[in-house]
Design a protein around this ligand. Structure first.
Ligand SMILES: *Cc1c(COP(=O)(O)O)cnc(C)c1O
Length: 816
């Protein structure tokens, strides 16, 4: 060890000891793990604060344009190790802990995940902040400080049980409350218009007030100068205890006001890719967008005076439609509070906002009941009505009097307010999240708008931050790759490709393969400790982890495991090298079908794991509580990355990118970013199966999909399906998964299964045999393929994604 580094380590120990005594009143000997976590985190925080304040000032002083990245979700995970990596202090802290005789991993386990998101959409927002900060681009991420994040999942008796995620219970070291920046948000009431000397004045009367209090969290980039700020809004009532009403004897009203306010930031809605038209959800979104827009306007006015120049200093990205109300809210502020005319205000608004679409599934497209909306947000409703009227008139000049088309494209229709239509009407740029998804937006979902405004539409493929998903999750592989390239790979993702020739270097491949093996052992220890399950680290780790949704087709994987089981019963040599099928997935609590599939996975597990004929050959494991921290452990251990979505339905996927980078081979459909993985690594380094988007669309258009035919013509498929209902699966009682069986064979509402599970099953089984053969009989080639995947994964670093957004949409300049 270098002498400098050793001094650094000593300094760190001294700092932690001082922190323990000064802020927690304890010593190293007496401290609990939580004390040590808090003290160490406090030390890191101290280092961050000065730099953060400095850079905020620099952004203001230089008048740099700033991005507001608005998102209802930020799935941040833990900050401790990530901050250490980005500050370049990770190894020093690990050594300091070693010197103190404390297990670093046990201490980092004290931190709660910031689980303020459901899945990919929220995680994307988190990766973007890391990349924006690393590239020194000024950004404020704007979200909600949910007191309860996404529920924690327990599996009891094969069934998902949801437990509240009280992540703030022991405090949050990383946040700074900023009560001085609080703003009021108004709900309900009515609107009065009256003419004055200065024209028409709008007055909002008799409203309910909620106070929005910001909490700021620094997001430090990798060796960067300009940390990002994540601003999370928390809801309070105006008077936390209204003494006046207490005295007046209207105590109940004061309590009701408090309840009205504080419930707003209480909990994250746990539905992913599914819209919930609940009043409270609408309140959350208006709360977030109003608070953010008020402060953005106030900030600009204070510093620059003239609001007309706002588009030169601010740009807004809205992550899916959830923050769409920022658009009419900025109109409201400019007109009602700043005295702008409509056209003047609209001119500014139409330059500032941009929209990222994340799904084309109709059940996920956000729309609000007009009557509910009107009651909750009377002024915003008026503004949307005018936006709609003007938009429809514009459409008429183009589409003539094709009123059917206009009704379908309008912002308001069928007593619903359609947020995606509002976005595409007003936003300057609309982007899809992979090349394929961008094409589908142009050709299908937003086709008629695309014809009108082709320049609005673009596709920017998602990415992941390799600081978290490589350096932190897979430190040994990161070190190996880094040792073979010149330059800092964590700063320059293009260096990944430099290891491509090493695919033919036997010594390199051996090391690469050994790291995978070590990661499998690490995961085996983890799952034994957490869930008491023993897995064989010498088996193939076949992993499907992501939210549970029918379109992601965990059910297809279930049917395949049943198939392997049935084959093994006939032929014990069907599998020679054992396979561990690993699932991780949370289901939305109200999504009965998804929860049924979790039950099915665990039933299959019981059938397989308890059968002496097969239990040394295959094993099914369900990892509880899939989350960012679990993903960091699981993904580096995977051999096979299961990406099975029905073609056209996974807009991008980002899990696929994490697996690829960490050397798992993709077994997937031609969907989302899988297509780009395929194009980058070449067809010989990926396993593709199933119908393409065009084939799916044709089957839908000409009604040619008949699951019954697949069933009749293929005895294997028949046996697999029958297993769902013939009573062989344990712990199902009277319910033999007949709902699932029915849905596969007969679909719903007179439509055949819209996810085409049986259609793709034969093709999946066939491709799986190639995967298995490659792993078992040509293992050297397998490792080579994995190396190619890591080498080609640089493209999927979110630094590349952010550079594209910046060139095509934001035009921010780095602040150093
Ligand atoms: C990356 C990630 C996801 C997204 O996974 P997909 O396979 O793209 O759906 C979801 N949840 C967590 C915790 C993740 O880290």
């Amino acid at each position: 060890m270098k002498a400098v580094s050793s001094n650094k380590v000593k300094d760190i120990i001294t700092k932690i000891e001082n922190k323990l005594i000064n802020t927690l009143g304890t010593t190293l000997e007496d401290a609990t793990n939580d004390d040590i976590y808090k003290a160490a985190a406090g030390c890191i925080r101290d280092d961050i604060m000065a730099k953060w304040a400095d850079s905020r000032k620099k952004v203001e002083d230089t008048g740099a344009k700033k991005l507001y990245y608005m998102s209802a979700e930020f799935l941040m995970g833990r900050a401790f190790s990530n901050n250490l990596i980005n500050a370049g202090l990770y190894d020093d802290y690990r050594q300091a802990f070693e010197r103190m005789g404390i297990d670093f991993d046990v201490i980092t386990d004290e931190e709660q995940d910031a689980g303020l998101g459901n899945g990919g959409l929220g995680r994307l927002a988190a990766c973007f902040l890391d990349s924006l900060a690393t590239l020194d681009l000024p950004v404020m991420g704007c979200g909600i400080r949910y007191e309860f994040g996404l529920f924690k999942q327990k599996i009891i008796d094969g069934t998902q049980i949801e437990v509240e995620d009280d992540w703030l219970r022991d405090g949050n070291v990383w946040e700074v409350e900023r009560p001085e920046l609080s703003v009021e948000v108004h709900f309900n009431g009515y609107i009065e218009e009256h003419w004055t000397d200065e024209g028409l004045k709008i007055e909002h009367k008799d409203y309910n007030t909620v106070v929005a209090v910001p909490y700021d969290v620094p997001v430090i980039g990798y060796k960067s100068h300009t940390p990002a700020t994540l601003r999370l809004w928390s809801a309070r009532s105006k008077q936390r205890f209204d003494f006046h009403s207490f005295n007046e004897g209207i105590y109940e009203k004061a309590m009701a006001d408090q309840a009205f306010a504080e419930v707003i930031s209480k909990v994250l809605y746990p539905a992913d890719d599914h819209m919930q038209g609940k009043m409270l959800r609408l309140k959350q979104f208006y709360f977030l967008t109003s608070a953010t827009m008020q402060l953005a306007v106030k900030n600009h006015k204070e510093r620059r005076g003239d609001l007309h120049t706002l588009p030169d200093y601010a740009v807004v990205q809205i992550n899916d439609t959830h923050p769409t109300l920022a658009i009419p809210e900025l109109m409201r502020i400019l007109m009602d509070e700043e005295g702008f005319g409509w056209d003047e205000a609209y001119d500014i608004v139409s330059k500032i906002f941009n929209y990222t679409n994340h799904t084309i599934m109709s059940e996920a497209l956000e729309c609000w009941d007009e009557n509910m909306f009107k009651l909750l947000l009377p002024r915003i409703y008026q503004i949307i009505c005018v936006l709609n009227e003007k938009y429809c008139n514009k459409l008429r000049t183009y589409y003539g009097n094709d009123e059917g088309k206009i009704a379908y494209m309008s912002i308001i229709g069928n007593n619903q307010i359609r947020m995606a239509n509002l976005c595409i009407a007003v936003c300057r740029r609309v982007n899809g999240v992979s090349q394929l998804h961008g094409d589908i937006l142009k050709e299908q979902l937003f086709h008629d708008s695309y014809n009108l405004y082709p320049q609005k539409y673009l596709a920017i493929t998602n990415g992941i931050t390799h600081r978290r998903w490589f350096a932190l999750a897979n430190p040994e592989l990161c070190k190996l790759v880094q040792s073979h390239v010149k330059g800092d790979i964590l700063k320059d993702y293009t260096l990944f490709e430099k290891i491509l020739p090493l695919k033919d270097d036997k010594a390199f491949c051996k090391k690469y393969d050994q790291i995978k093996q070590d990661n499998k052992v690490r995961f085996a220890k983890y799952i034994e400790k957490k869930q008491g399950i023993k897995v064989n680290p010498n088996s193939i780790f076949d992993v499907q982890c992501k939210r549970l949704h029918e379109y992601k087709r965990q059910l297809l994987k279930c049917l395949h495991i049943i198939y392997v089981y049935q084959q093994l019963k006939k032929n014990p040599d069907y599998v020679t090298t054992p396979i561990t099928f690993i699932f991780g997935a949370k289901a939305a609590p109200g999504y009965a079908r998804a929860k049924d599939i979790i039950r099915l996975i665990n039933s299959i597990g019981d059938m397989v794991n308890g059968d002496p004929d097969v239990k040394d050959k295959i094993q099914v494991v369900f990892v509880e509580n899939y989350s960012v921290s679990v993903a960091e452990m699981l993904i580096p251990a995977a051999d096979i990355s299961e990406q099975l979505s029905t073609a056209g339905l996974e807009a991008s996927g980002t899990g696929n990118m994490k697996f690829m980078m960490n050397g798992a081979l993709t077994l997937g459909t031609m969907d989302g970013a899988n297509v780009e993985i395929h194009d980058l690594v070449g067809p010989e380094n990926i396993f593709i199966f199933g119908a393409t988007v065009d084939e799916i669309n044709n089957m839908k258009r000409y009604h040619t999909y008949n699951p019954g035919t697949v069933f009749e013509e293929n005895p294997n498929i028949r046996d697999i399906c029958n297993c769902l209902i013939d009573g062989e699966l344990p712990r199902v009682g009277k319910r033999k998964y007949s709902d699932l069986y029915q849905s596969l064979l007969f679909g719903e509402y007179g439509q055949p299964d819209q996810y085409f599970v049986l259609y793709d099953l034969p093709s999946y089984i066939e491709e799986y045999e190639k995967v298995y053969d490659k792993y078992v009989n040509h293992h050297d080639e397998w490792v080579k393929m994995a190396v190619v995947n890591t080498a080609k994964s640089g493209f999927f670093c979110s630094d590349r994604t952010i550079k594209e957004y910046n060139e095509k949409i934001w035009n921010l300049k780095p602040v150093k």
